[in-house]
Design a protein around this ligand. Sequence first.
Ligand code: NAG
Ligand code: NAG
Length: 335
Amino acid sequence: MALNHKAQYIVTLVMVIIGLCLVKGELQTLTHHPAAQAQGSAGGLLSFVVVGDWGRKGMYNQSQVALQMGRIGENLDIDFVISTGDNFYDKGLIDEHDPAFEESFTNIYTASGLQKPWYTVLGNHDYRGNALAQLSPLLRQKDSRWICLKSFILDADIAELFFIDTTPFQDKYFTDPEDQVYDWRGIFPRRKYISTLLKDLDMALRESTAKWKIVVGHHPIKSNGHHGNTEELVAQLLPVLQANNVDFYVNGHDHCLEHISSQDSPLQFFTSGGGSKAWSGDMSPMNPEATKFYYDGQGFMSMQITREEVQVIFYDVFGQALHNWSTSKLLYSTL
Ligand SMILES: *[C@@H]1O[C@H](CO)[C@@H](O)[C@H](O)[C@H]1NC(C)=O
Ligand SMILES: *[C@@H]1O[C@H](CO)[C@@H](O)[C@H](O)[C@H]1NC(C)=O
């Protein structure tokens, strides 16, 4: 019967897809060519803004931050937006039809400067709901800006960005979840999930010929915020970044804005977790000597990248620049 054949076909197809995933396990790569070409031969200009920890239906200044992101986004003619996770409070999305998607995303980030792709990872709060719902293509049908995967690579010519699913690294969500329930579908066996991810990241970083390498995750490696350093990431992720000359690690999770430098390498740590509710005065100064900037209010961050230079600016809820930092690679060769 036709129906049986169809069912059999689907089962076979699903098995083949699962098989491919098991065998390959490599990170999916998306491509985003920067729109603006700087003057000159090898020139290009990549601009984006980064926001984290935001989805509260406009409350806690989410709408004010969104407004300023739109203004800065338009000024800088950004190529895209990065979300460092904790996209929907308090427990992610219920499913693909959860109105929180519109209430906290589509209806909030309405500025014309923000009508760009949003490259998004999941935070721990997203895992407290239906984590897979945020990855669903149905959301992209509702709002074509939404691009959310657990881990992936974004090839943007001058820079390559490596988005990493950091929530499964944190032991306490597994050993001491308190009364939270996490959606761990696709994560078990956990040790294998993490080791495969680290291996894939290491390989992709090693093969990358991009001038600038940026890794993005929800949890900080280093932070002076409430949560402080994430020891699991210091132990497991940091060595991979250092071995591959990663330039920047960008995260959210701590509801603040901060810039921490490395003492022993050029790697810089940027926290942009001020998308809505901030934790004023709630600090855990673990990296005092390396801290270049710390702000415990709301806001976001921009990055402008050329082949030679990167400029990072943090803004508050009024769009006021709080920290303006740049670095250059003039002395390094292209490859
Ligand atoms: C909104 O931002 C202002 C300025 O930083 C701050 O004083 C105020 O407390 C914030 N409101 C909320 C609800 O976070
Ligand atoms: C940041 O600093 C650069 C110079 O390094 C300057 O040209 C730019 O206007 C500053 N931007 C803001 C928003 O302060």
